[in-house]
Write a protein that binds this ligand. Structure first.
Ligand SMILES: [Fe+2]
Length: 299
């Protein structure tokens, strides 16, 4: 199972695409109709889809998996009685699978038989997405749900977050104990720490400073720098998230505490709590489809 892409709808999609390609450091993959597809250096055909819309919302977060895993998901999602339907992807890379709505509206799409593309050179391109984090009213309940209904595993719990993995990477998603449901942030995997630092410099050239970072997290131990994108959401340069074994023992909030005044391993930067919180309100989840049985094959 791999996290592949996020599909957003928003006003002024072309301007958002111009920011992500011209400043953030992505490459344009393709424009189909009203949707801009942006890629990184890795083999995924795109990482971010931006569809023109009157309102901003998250259409889906997409994972790719083997056929057998998809069949398991159909069974567990049906058993959990979550709203879901079969899908055939019209996005670059194609594929077929299912889309599932979690308890607080989070829309996760699982595709198999997707195609990949040749990697491209570019030391300032993100390689891929490394995690998508959501805000939740009850992050604990969603952590339990995603384990039972999707076979993901909770890696760690902190005072603020429930971190969840779907492969050996410490987390591909997480649920923040926010008191509301929305997109928390999108994290891009950079090739190394130098690429993160160059990214911070590149944004500084355009008058943008991190809303938090650079720093190194506790759980996952990844390096981070968060920015508030001009088109609304919180986006992150990240690198070097830990890999964990199958039998990794989840930490509890009391295992992940900081000394007074610290909220990361380095302690070198301030966090713009209010700015980040406002940006996290921008993209909510919206389902524009009706549930259907998952055992019916799509034409
Ligand atoms: Fe992050």
């Amino acid at each position: 199972m791999k996290l592949r892409s996020i599909e957003l709808a928003l006003p002024h999609a072309a301007e958002a695409a111009a920011f992500l390609t011209g400043i953030w450091g992505m490459a344009s993959a393709e424009v189909r109709g009203q949707t801009h597809y942006l890629r990184g250096s890795g083999p995924f055909p795109y990482l971010v889809a931006l569809e023109e819309s009157a309102e901003a919302y998250v259409r889906s977060t997409t994972f790719t998996c083997a056929r057998e895993r998809l069949e398991e998901l159909k069974v567990s999602v049906t058993r959990a009685n979550l709203p879901a339907r079969p899908v055939t992807s019209d996005d670059p890379g194609g594929g077929r699978g299912i889309i599932v709505e979690l308890a607080e509206g989070e829309l996760l799409r699982f595709l198999t038989d997707t195609s990949e593309v040749a990697p491209i050179e570019g030391k300032d391109l993100p390689v891929k997405l490394t995690h998508i984090v959501f805000n939740a009213t009850d992050a604990e309940a969603t952590g339990t749900l995603i384990e039972q209904a999707l076979g993901f595993r909770v890696s760690d719990r902190t005072k603020g977050m429930v971190f969840v993995r779907c492969n050996e990477s410490h987390h591909s998603t997480a649920f923040a104990r926010a008191g509301f449901s929305s997109l928390n942030h999108i994290a891009f995997e950079m090739a190394d720490m130098d690429a993160v630092m160059r990214g911070i410099g590149r944004l500084r050239d355009h008058g943008m400073v991190p809303a938090w970072g650079p720093g190194r997290h506790g759980p996952g131990a990844n390096v981070f720098a968060y920015f508030i994108a001009p088109f609304g959401p919180v986006i992150e340069f990240s690198t070097a998230v830990e890999k964990v074994p199958e039998d990794y023992q989840p930490g509890a909030p009391e295992d992940w505490t900081w000394p007074e005044g610290r909220i990361d391993q380095w302690g070198m930067s301030d966090k713009d709590f209010a700015g980040l919180r406002a940006a996290e309100e921008k993209f909510r989840h919206r389902r524009d489809w009706g549930p259907q049985p998952l055992n019916e094959e799509q034409a």
